[in-house]
Design a protein around this ligand. Sequence first.
Ligand SMILES: [Zn+2]
Length: 219
Amino acid sequence: MLYAKERAEIADCCRAMLRAGLTTGSGGNISARIPGEEHLCISPTGILYERMQAADVPVVDMSGRTVDGVMLPSSEAPMHLAVYAQRSDVRAIVHTHSPYAATFACLREEIPAVHYLIGFAGTHVPVAQYATYGTPELAEHAVRALGTEFQAILLANHGLLAVGPTIERAYAVAEEIELVARIHYQARTIGQPVILDDAEMKRIIGKFHSYGVQPCEEE
Ligand SMILES: [Zn+2]
């Protein structure tokens, strides 16, 4: 089987996403670009995560055409393809409907630097303009909001999109940003949180980079 390791990792990560409460049912999707190849592995549509095997994860080319596998690729494949086309540093994408991040996405409010772990995404988490799920318009809005500097964005009235150089890292971004969204929600319910300024966030992002890919283990 082509790319057995990446496809197994995507199936495992989909189950982890469900167990961690980052999505429900078969919502959300995960993909990985194969370095040196014009291919990506992406979670399929219409299969329960608990039953998903590596072989159920389709492989598509950069135009979205299936290269291997019998399941249909996720309906959000156009968004994944558009992000890979814009960002050569991105090798994996995790899209969730995690409830606290989605709450701010429904308010169309960015998540500010309420906690230093926002540095997993950047100085804050911006909101992409609304468009119907699965459409080229949503892909366009997502790419615009992500720009070149963010590792996560909110999709208005929808959820969260996290990116990274590996599946593990993109998943960690999604998990940490959901935690920050929850903290922001909680802080707002009992008071007005103090937001870290951009200079402090840039210092923190610099520290994250110098520690490598596991910044939270250092604190
Ligand atoms: Zn979605």
